[in-house]
Design a protein around this ligand. Structure first.
Ligand SMILES: Cc1cc2nc3c(=O)[nH]c(=O)nc-3n(C[C@H](O)[C@H](O)[C@H](O)COP(=O)(O)OP(=O)(O)OC[C@H]3O[C@@H](n4cnc5c(N)ncnc54)[C@H](O)[C@@H]3O)c2cc1C
Length: 438
């Protein structure tokens, strides 16, 4: 049996992109070591148990299951998923009145047409504007009655959650140049997204608490220096989050190409945070997937996931994005749970009780993420994600911000990891004859 290794590869980061790359490379007989700064794998996939049941404080959804590689991975590994989507949401206006299906059918259609109209507008313009400006332009020509405005507000809240940025900080052009997403229903993992990591990580060498400080590369190989020592390899896969690259936490020598540096500086990290709350008893509708607010004015909380449905425990997960998420990053746990309680009381009246325990994320302050996911601000372009995906000598790049078509998502990160591994395998194959990786 030929046990000669195809090459020695370092993967920086054990998030989904790093694990996907490592899995592919190990399966292709490369000698792979992942260097991970945290004491756990998964990165922005983080299943927490502090409220005594699995709760995803990072990614939670498979958005669209059709041809989605993460859904396929869950099927292959018999990992439990469950539908969790807007079609089974309870809609409540901000005076606490439940919005009926008839009202939804009557008043939502004009708001539903906003996204296609925005895309059409993007194609007509020759200068980029913000999504907010685009919406204001459309509204100049569209008369909406109050109930329709409430549905529009719900859409805007969702828009801000999907990209972690205010509509005034999102590029209109990126709507037609960037993420295409997957179709089909949305799913969550009742036992936690982290289950997906296990099959990828199995048999892969992961060194934890290795904080990469510098990466030096030349024609002979790659040297990676961490807080714990120096590692050498034939090539490296770099999956550092855009936030970490932006902060210049890792020094590259020679410096990364100018096009890559421009993308790193011009693309931004958005914010999306979660507030998981345990109550003494359930006071909200038991069977819905989510509780959504259809407000007269844009409200801070975008939705509550009804975790009772998936765990049979009285738990709600509140989601906040964009400006509110930014403001709440510097507020205390007490202030945040107070604000959440006040909102729940407004929605459910006296039935609402205060949470007895809570877990709150602050992804903007997480030093190994520095934000939730990438977003294109007006002035930047979605093509800049492509520049982040270009190999540079023996460095191969992966991560959600290197995937223009599925940026900001788990499948995007996964696909990019597989891509980086294939790029290495192709080079190893062609260069093996000239001893490139030997
Ligand atoms: C709150 C939240 C909700 C989300 N919801 C969804 C969702 O429902 N569906 C969806 O598809 N996506 C969602 N996302 C986005 C999704 O989580 C990410 O796009 C995806 O997990 C990114 O994977 P990645 O491998 O590119 O990066 P990461 O998971 O961030 O992996 C990078 C790894 O590098 C490590 N690292 C950082 N710095 C260093 C260093 N100096 N040295 C060594 N290692 C380092 C990090 O610790 C991390 O493990 C959400 C994200 C957040 C934050």
């Amino acid at each position: 049996m030929n046990t000669r290794r195809a090459g020695n590869i370092i993967v920086v980061g054990a998030g989904i992109a790093g694990l996907a790359a490592a899995r592919e490379l190990v399966d292709k007989n490369f000698d792979v070591t992942i260097l991970e700064s945290r004491a756990r794998a998964g990165g922005r996939i983080w299943t927490d148990h502090s409220l005594d049941v699995p709760i995803d404080l990072g990614a939670a959804w498979i958005h669209g299951k059709s041809k989605n590689p993460i859904y396929e991975l869950s099927l292959r590994n018999q990992i439990k998923t469950a539908p969790c989507g807007f079609s089974n949401s309870v809609l409540i206006d901000d005076r606490g009145k439940q919005v009926s299906l008839i009202q939804k059918l009557k008043f939502a259609s004009r708001a539903d047409r906003i996204l296609p109209r925005l895309k059409r507008l993007a194609k007509q313009l020759d200068r980029d504007i913000s999504v907010g400006e685009g919406i204001r332009k459309i509204l100049e020509e569209t008369k909406m009655i109050d109930q329709e405005v409430c549905f529009l507000n719900r859409h805007l809240i969702e828009f801000e959650a999907m990209n972690g940025a205010s509509i005034d900080e999102q590029s209109l052009f990126a709507l037609t140049e960037g993420s295409i997403g997957f179709s089909g229903g949305d799913l969550i993992f009742p036992n936690g997204y982290a289950e997906i990591l296990e099959s990828l990580a199995s048999g892969v060498r992961i060194k934890y608490k290795e904080i990469v400080e510098s990466v030096e590369y030349n024609e002979g190989g790659v040297t990676v220096v961490t807080n714990r020592g120096t590692h050498q390899a034939d090539a490296a896969v770099i999956t550092l989050p855009l936030g970490v690259l932006k902060a210049g936490r890792v020094k590259f020598s020679p410096a990364l190409p100018a096009s890559m540096q421009a993308s790193i500086s011009e693309l931004k990290m958005g914010l999306f945070n979660k507030v998981a709350m345990r109550f003494s008893e359930i006071f909200w509708p038991k069977d819905c997937d989510m509780i959504e607010i259809v407000p007269a004015k844009k409200r801070p909380v975008c939705q509550f996931i009804n975790w009772y449905k998936y765990s049979k425990e009285p738990i709600l997960i509140g989601c906040v994005a964009a400006d509110t998420a930014k403001d709440w990053e510097t507020e205390s746990d007490e202030e945040i749970t107070w604000a959440m309680s006040a909102l729940l009381e407004r929605l459910f009246g006296k039935a609402a009780t205060k949470p007895i325990a809570s877990t709150i994320t602050r992804w903007g302050q997480d030093e190994f993420a520095l934000g939730s996911y990438s977003v294109v601000h007006p002035g930047a372009t979605a093509q800049q994600f492509d520049a982040l995906a270009e190999p540079v000598g023996r460095l191969f790049f992966a991560g959600e911000a290197t995937s223009r078509l599925h940026q900001g998502t788990v499948p995007g990160a996964y696909i990019s990891g597989v891509r980086a591994a294939k790029q290495i395998a192709e080079r190893a194959f062609t260069k093996a004859k000239t001893n490139y990786l030997n």
